[in-house]
Design a binder for this molecule. Structure first.
Ligand code: MLT
Length: 272
């Protein structure tokens, strides 16, 4: 049975997360412009084997932040408050795209508590200059009141052509969800991503297995640009999903749930 839990964060007015299942802990972090509900087609299968915790990152869903700015490290601290609230001391951290940047920051801060790290369409590289410039243009557009136009143009680019043609209703739902994000949060997330450091060394020194999920048609995190990172840790699980772009939790949720279940099972036996 799913529970929606809300707490007051130390530095956040409200933190919010879904808890379901029982067993060892697996934490699912969403990307931009999403909320925890992004994982709704994946958590039922995982909950058969794990305690699944799915936070809304502050600024999305039912979680909020003070002031105007955020950093990826602050978002990692908000995740730490959620896991502490549940008394969880060891876990697998799964991050989708921006959620992966948060998972890597969490690994830097609290790596000893990780049994595994799963990066779903994500990267440990920082933004290059071109990406930073593109984000700054988007920030300018949002600040000029173009938030909805930005979301309507951005969200379809996350999916494969076949998915958009075959499931226009799901695409429309995701656009609607994106539209719920307010402009202040969007700008804060984009600035947090611009300012994040590279975390390649986090991969190199990982004492736990790392899983990589790539979408063959992903233009946001193109597999050919990131694949080399999947050789840096001692133990790597790598899957490339054909017919899938940046959103496997919606484009191919059964496969992703199977892969996360397999990875989770492996990690909790690893080093025991
Ligand atoms: C995401 O899916 O979280 C974003 O596309 C990540 C990014 O823009 O780097």
């Amino acid at each position: 049975m799913e529970q929606k839990i809300q707490i007051t964060g130390k530095k956040f007015p409200q933190l919010s997360y879904v808890k379901t299942g029982s067993g060892p802990a697996i934490i699912l972090l969403h990307g931009f412009p999403e909320s925890g509900s992004l994982w709704r087609y994946v958590w039922p299968q995982l909950s058969e084997n794990f305690t699944v915790i799915v936070p809304d990152l502050p600024g999305s869903g039912d979680a909020s932040f003070n002031g105007d700015s955020l950093s990826i490290e602050q978002l990692a601290e908000s995740v730490k408050q959620v896991v502490d609230n549940e008394g969880i001391s060891e876990m697998i951290m799964v991050g989708h795209s921006m959620g992966g940047y948060v998972a890597l920051a969490f690994a830097d801060l609290y790596g000893n508590s990780l049994k595994g790290l799963s990066l779903v369409h994500s990267t440990a590289a920082a933004d290059n200059d071109e990406k930073k410039e593109a984000r700054r243009k988007s920030i300018a557009l949002i600040e000029k009141g173009g938030k909805d136009a930005f979301i309507r143009q951005m969200v379809p680019a996350l999916f494969s052509k076949a998915f958009k043609e075959g499931k226009p209703d799901v695409l429309e739902q995701e656009i609607e969800r994106g539209l719920q994000l307010d402009g202040k949060s969007m700008v804060a997330f984009y600035n947090a991503m611009i300012n994040r450091p590279a975390r390649i060394t986090t991969l190199e020194k990982a004492s736990y297995p790392i899983q990589w999920i790539f979408g063959e048609e992903d233009t946001i995190v193109p597999p050919e640009k990131v694949m080399q990172q999947s050789t840096l840790a001692d133990v790597n699980f790598v899957s490339v999903y054909s017919g899938c772009a940046h959103m496997s939790m919606l484009e191919d949720p059964e496969r992703l749930a199977d892969d996360l279940n397999d990875f989770g099972g492996y990690c909790f036996k690893f080093n025991r």
